[in-house]
Design a protein around this ligand. Structure first.
Ligand code: ADE
Length: 324
């Protein structure tokens, strides 16, 4: 079997064996331990269902992946990437946490944080656009999460408002690490943490670089030009998201993917009237063709647009602003 079980996915149950002595057995969580509820989302290889742990009554989102379909379509590697990256990103409130994995004959199961507020895209569409205060708040939570994943050596590579979920208190939970990249450990390999040369150079990754340009609007110019993604590629996408929250539409949008790519490569976008000047300055420092000339995370955090934001823990303890 090519599927690996997750060692941490265990729970202890105290039982007696008839001798009167309590026995502690380690029991892995399985399908039987959950009550499954409504469908939260559907992808090409998976369905996400709401579920409740029968013992603790804690609610989760369980991603159910069809093993036959994944093998047939040669996506095993990406399922493993998703599990491996999520297992690396357990210490941050802004990233959907993976609690358990298990399988039965037909399916793989990923037990995840439930983000009951749905996608940021859905909320944005309902509102049309966000004001500067809401954009600052959601932008800050997204950036703090991206900074954490980069510090753990993970590039997301498909950041977009559909992949930014919201929990019951409207705090950010980033999801969908199926196209992420784990950078080699800089200590071990001698490669600097800013860039990983050779990223996306093996055959399978090149194939994916093409196939995961499903979200044309947020793709970075370096990915289109060199099929090469780096940490700064996530910051390009972040610039597109900040623009979209304020403008109500992404900066690069055309009738089809090809024309969208042409616009991206030509940096062909404009700001709508009334776009706040300080946000315009930030976006112009992120939507820069050369990745090494984009503002790095620490400079984004100290940009005037984020003035007044309490970075780190207090951001996540703050009450989310009322949408307007
Ligand atoms: N849709 C996809 N993943 C989800 C999650 N973790 N919570 C809620 N809805 C989702």
């Amino acid at each position: 079997e090519e599927w690996q079980e997750q060692g941490a996915a265990v729970t202890a149950r105290r039982e007696t064996d008839g001798s009167g002595q309590p026995q502690t057995r380690i029991v892995k969580k399985g399908v039987k331990d959950f009550n499954f509820g409504r469908t939260l989302g559907e992808g090409s290889y998976s369905t996400v269902l709401a579920a409740t742990d029968r013992q603790t009554l804690k609610e989760y989102a369980i991603k159910v992946l069809d093993k036959r379909h994944i093998i047939k379509e040669k996506k095993v590697k990406y399922v493993n990437i998703e599990r491996d990256t999520l297992n690396r990103l357990t210490e941050h409130p802004g990233i959907v946490r993976l609690y358990y994995t298990f399988q039965d004959e037909r399916s793989l199961y990923f037990v995840l944080d439930l983000a009951s507020g749905g996608e940021l895209l859905g909320v944005l569409k309902k509102m049309g656009s966000f004001d500067i205060e809401c954009t600052r708040f959601y932008g800050a939570e997204i950036l703090d999460s991206v900074a954490y994943m980069h510090s753990r050596g993970v590039i997301h590579r498909d950041l977009k408002p559909e992949n930014v979920l919201l929990d019951h208190e409207m705090h950010v939970k980033i999801t969908d690490f199926g196209t992420a990249k784990i950078l080699p450990d800089p200590q071990k390999s001698g490669i600097g943490s800013q860039e990983a040369p050779g990223d996306l150079t093996d055959g399978a990754d090149t194939e994916r670089a093409v196939s995961f340009v499903g979200t044309a609007e947020y793709v970075s110019p370096e990915l289109l030009r060199d099929k090469n993604a780096c940490k700064a590629s996530d910051l390009w996408a972040f610039g597109c998201i900040i623009y979209q929250l304020l403008a109500g539409r992404p900066p690069f949008k055309a009738a089809n993917e090809y024309l969208t790519f042409q616009k991206i490569l030509a940096l062909d976008y404009t700001f709508p009237d009334g776009f706040p000047e300080v946000a315009r300055d930030l976006v112009e420092r992120l939507l820069v063709l050369e990745p090494s000339n984009r503002l790095p995370v620490e400079h984004i955090k100290s940009h005037q647009f984020f003035d007044g934001v309490q970075w780190s823990k207090s951001l996540w303890r703050q009450k989310a602003p009322r949408l307007k």
